[in-house]
Design a protein around this ligand. Structure first.
Ligand SMILES: [Mn+2]
Length: 301
């Protein structure tokens, strides 16, 4: 049995690629199951509902198990007992993290916009049938990760995959499909400051310290206007409780690609130099991976 597991604080790609990866393994005749490392977000709920697919089981530990990692290769994002598991496969589209394996493994790491784009190509290479459910999961994950093709992480391979998947998923009006997905993506109504920070928080080891950078994708920055102080207080609390050098949160308006950065921690002053009237605005910044985090690394280095 291979457990296919996406990263902590699962986003839609992390859940969809676990489900799709388990289906690929099963088509090969291998026993596999998709698992998740946390609660699914509203966008993922919308996707699973559209696809008519149940969410993966909660991961209760992987010690002694064989695992596939999907959508990450950083140990900080893996199950806590990953050192006692055997990583036999990786499908990912991020920079290579710090995983090490004992035995040879199957690794598919491509610089594309979404793990599901790689999954789609694996299905094609292996001539595995793509059902309506699987097509819906894959195209939704691709459109989520690339923010409807708008992200600089989006590649031609991502667009090609969606072009082939849409008819398989029975989607006739792609613009409407994207619109509904992005409405679910930016729905933050009723979430507390702590829930918002936690929603898509990633840990990055940096200069021998720990840094976390979260991101909230919004239809307008006004959605969080009244919560700035609470969000900053939550970032400070995380620094205090977890000894982080920095906790940052990207508030990203996906309609204008404008990001406001909130940040707390020991490295505050470095970033203050880039703020104006107490606000650090990052123009033309939609992607944490390609824009937000690289900029932060350069400034903090
Ligand atoms: Mn992804």
């Amino acid at each position: 049995m291979i457990q296919v597991v996406g990263h902590k604080n699962p986003d839609s790609d992390s859940i969809c690629s676990a489900l799709v990866g388990a289906a690929l393994l099963k088509a090969r005749g291998v026993e596999a199951k998709a698992v998740r490392q946390g609660e699914i977000n509203r966008e993922t709920q919308h996707i699973l509902q559209t696809a008519g697919v149940d969410q993966p089981e909660m991961c209760t530990g992987v010690a002694g198990e064989k695992v596939w990692l999907v959508d990450y290769t950083d140990l900080a994002q893996a199950p806590d007992d990953i050192a006692e598991a055997e990583i036999v496969g990786i499908v990912d589209h991020h920079r290579l993290g710090d995983v090490m394996t004992v035995n040879p493994l199957e690794a598919w790491i491509w610089p594309v916009g979404c793990t599901c784009t790689i999954m789609f190509n694996l299905f094609k290479m292996e001539n595995v049938e793509i059902t309506r459910e699987l097509a819906t999961l894959m195209m939704s994950a691709i459109l989520s990760d690339t923010v409807g093709f708008a992200s600089p992480t989006c590649t031609q391979k991502d667009k090609d995959a969606v072009a082939e998947l849409a008819p398989l998923a029975g989607v006739e009006d792609l613009d409407l499909f994207i619109k509904e997905l992005l409405i679910a993506k930016t729905d933050i109504q009723g979430l507390s400051a702590a829930e918002l920070v936690e929603k898509d928080l990633k840990a990055y080891p940096f200069k021998e310290r720990n840094v976390v950078v979260g991101q909230i994708e919004l239809a307008t920055l006004e959605q969080v206007e009244d919560m700035i102080a609470e969000l900053e207080a939550d970032l400070q609390r995380r620094c205090d409780e977890e000894g982080l050098a920095m906790a940052a949160l990207m508030l990203t308006d996906i309609t204008t690609s404008t990001t406001r950065l909130l940040y707390k921690g020991e490295w505050n002053e470095v970033l203050d130099a880039y703020a104006k009237d107490g606000m650090l605005m990052m123009e033309n910044t939609l992607s944490r991976k390609k824009q937000g985090w690289p900029w932060l690394q350069q400034v903090l280095a």
